[in-house]
Design a protein around this ligand. Structure first.
Ligand code: ZN
Length: 460
C-alpha cells in the first residue's frame, strides 16, 4: 500500500532527479543544504532527546548499543550460553559453494563429496529439510563434515536474513528455517531543496528509494513536478536496519514533515487495530484520498473533459464526459478507489469497459480497454490501485488511450479538477490509541526540527 503512488508525475520526478544528481557532480555550486543525524530515540517511554544529543553522529551511535530504539526487536536466534561443563560443539570442516544457474542439489552434493543416496535422506528428513530442494542462483550452500568425513550439517544461506539450517540427529537429518530480525535504529534527516527533491534527498544521505517513499506519502497533496519550490524543506524520521552492527537496509518512514511554498504538511505512520499500516496527519486524517487522481501512470492527457466537444470519430458535437489519457497499449489501468464492479464487459462505442461503484454515490468508468485484468468481473470488488485492465483501443477509438469518467450522483464531473474526498480517517473509537502511539515519534520530529533551527539561528 505504501508503494502506491498517486501521480504519474512521480515517474518523471525520478528521471529529473537522476539528471539533476548527475549535474550536481559536475557543478559544485549546485549545493544543497542538508543534514542527517542518527540519534537515540526511545519510542516506548516517549522521552525526547536532549538538544545537546541531537548532533550525535551515526559513528557514535554505531558503538552505542543503547541507541537501539526497539529493545524488543532482536535476532530470533537464541543466545549461545553453554554451561561450562558441557563439551564444546565439535569442530566441523565447512565447505561453501555459491549457487549458480544450472547447479542442482545433486551436483552440489557431488562437489561436496556426497552421493545422491545421502541427498535423498537429507531432503526426506524432518522439519523443513525438504525445502533444500528449492535452490536459487546467488544463494550459498555450506556442507559441514565431521572428523570421520560424514555429513554433519548443511546451511543454505538464502539472504542476509534468511537461512535453512539442517543438522544430523540420532535418527537422520532435521531442517529449520531461521529468519533474523534486524535491529531498527531510528534516524533523522532533513534537507532543503535547491533544485530537485532527489538531489536534496541524496545530499541528506537518503536513498532514492526512501525519497520516493517520502514523495509517495505527500504525493496526494504535493505535485512533485509542478509544486516544488527552491527553499522547500523536508524532515524525516525513519528506521535504519542493522544486523550484527552493520547497516543492511533502510526500514520504514515513521514520521515526516514537508514544507512546500510556506505550507507545512505532517505525516505519521500508524498501524491500526486491524494491522493495516498507513500515513495520517497528526490529527488522524488520512494522507490519502479516496480516489487516485489519475488511474494510469506514464500517460498524458490527449483530450480534456468538455461538454461541447466535436467528436473525433463521429464528427458532430458530442459531449466528452471524461478525460482521455494516451498511453501505450497494455499499460495497466488502476481502480481509482475501493468499490464494486458494476460492469466489466463491452459497452457500445466504449469497447471493453469497467464501471465501478464507490461510496458517496460516485462511479468511475474506464473505456477502450484492450483486455480486463485477471479476476475482474461484474459483481466483484476491487481495492484502490488494483489493476483492473489494460490500455487499448477497443470500441470507437482513434488510438490506444484510456477514456476515464468520474460521476457524482450520475452527473459527469471533470476527473482532473473534481474535489476528491479523503480516505477513511482514524475511527473515533481508535483515536485515543492513535494519539498515544504516535505522540512520541511526532515529538521527536519536532525536537530535531527546532534543534536544527536553533543551530541555523546561531550561524553554526
Ligand atoms: Zn474520451
Amino acid at each position: 500500500m505504501l508503494n502506491k503512488f498517486p501521480r504519474a508525475h512521480l515517474a518523471a520526478a525520478i528521471l529529473m532527479g537522476a539528471v539533476v544528481s548527475t549535474t550536481m557532480i559536475l557543478s559544485p555550486s549546485a549545493d544543497v543544504e542538508a543534514g542527517r543525524m542518527s540519534v537515540s530515540l526511545d519510542l516506548h517511554s516517549g522521552q525526547s532527546t536532549p538538544l545537546a544529543d541531537a548532533q550525535t553522529s551515526s559513528a557514535a551511535i554505531a558503538g552505542n548499543p543503547s541507541a537501539s530504539l526497539t529493545p524488543n526487536r532482536t535476532d530470533t536466534q537464541p543466545p549461545i550460553a553453554a554451561p561450562i561443563d558441557v563439551p564444546e560443539e565439535p569442530a566441523y570442516d565447512w565447505s561453501n559453494f555459491q549457487i549458480e544457474s544450472g547447479d542442482t542439489l545433486s551436483s552440489l552434493f557431488k562437489q561436496a563429496g556426497f552421493n545422491d543416496g545421502l541427498m535423498l535422506s537429507v531432503i526426506h528428513g524432518d522439519g523443513e529439510a525438504d525445502k533444500l530442494q528449492r535452490l536459487y542462483a546467488g544463494e550459498t550452500i555450506s556442507f559441514a563434515t565431521d572428523s570421520a568425513g560424514a555429513l554433519a550439517a548443511i546451511k543454505l544461506q538464502r539472504s542476509r536474513l534468511e537461512s535453512l539450517n539442517i543438522e544430523r540427529t540420532d535418527t537422520g537429518y532435521t531442517g529449520e528455517r531461521v529468519v533474523l530480525e534486524p535491529e531498527a535504529r531510528i534516524t533523522y534527516a532533513e534537507a532543503e531543496i535547491e533544485s530537485s527533491l532527489f538531489g536534496a534527498g541524496q545530499a541528506a544521505g537518503l536513498t532514492d528509494k526512501l525519497t520516493m517513499e517520502l514523495a509517495g506519502i505527500f504525493g496526494w497533496d504535493i505535485d512533485f513536478i509542478l509544486d516544488i519550490r527552491k527553499g522547500d524543506t523536508f524532515s524525516v524520521v525513519y528506521e535504519e536496519l542493522y544486523l550484527d552492527g552493520e547497516k543492511i537496509d533502510n526500514g520504514r518512514i515513521l514520521a515526516a514533515s514537508f514544507n512546500n511554498d510556506g505550507r507545512e504538511l505532517n505525516a505519521v505512520l500508524y498501524t491500526d487495530n486491524d494491522g493495516v499500516s498507513a500515513y495520517y496527519t497528526p490529527e488522524g486524517r488520512s494522507m490519502r484520498k479516496a480516489f487516485l487522481r489519475t488511474p494510469v501512470d506514464f500517460a498524458r492527457i490527449s483530450s480534456h473533459f468538455n461538454l461541447a466537444r466535436r467528436h473525433p470519430v463521429l464528427h458532430r458535437i458530442r459531449a466528452h464526459k471524461g478525460t482521455d489519457y494516451a498511453a501505450a497499449t497494455g499499460t495497466p489501468i488502476k481502480a481509482a478507489g475501493d468499490g464494486k464492479v458494476l460492469l466489466a464487459g463491452r459497452k457500445g462505442g466504449y469497447g471493453n469497459t469497467v464501471v465501478l461503484q464507490h461510496g458517496n454515490n460516485i462511479t468511475t468508468l474506464y473505456a477502450h480497454m484492450r483486455s480486463f485484468a485477471r479476476g475482474i468481473r461484474t459483481g466483484g470488488r476491487v481495492t484502490q490501485g488494483q489493476v483492473i485492465g489494460y490500455v487499448g483501443s477497443s470500441g470507437l477509438a482513434t488510438g490506444p488511450h484510456l477514456h476515464y469518467e468520474f460521476r457524482v450522483n450520475g452527473a459527469p464531473r471533470n476527473p482532473v479538477t473534481v474535489p476528491l474526498p479523503d480516505a477513511q480517517p482514524i475511527a473515533s473509537a481508535e483515536l485515543a490509541r492513535f494519539k498515544a502511539v504516535t505522540q512520541s515519534v511526532l515529538a521527536q520530529l519536532e525536537t530535531h526540527q527546532s534543534a536544527s533551527q536553533m543551530t541555523l539561528a546561531r550561524g553554526e
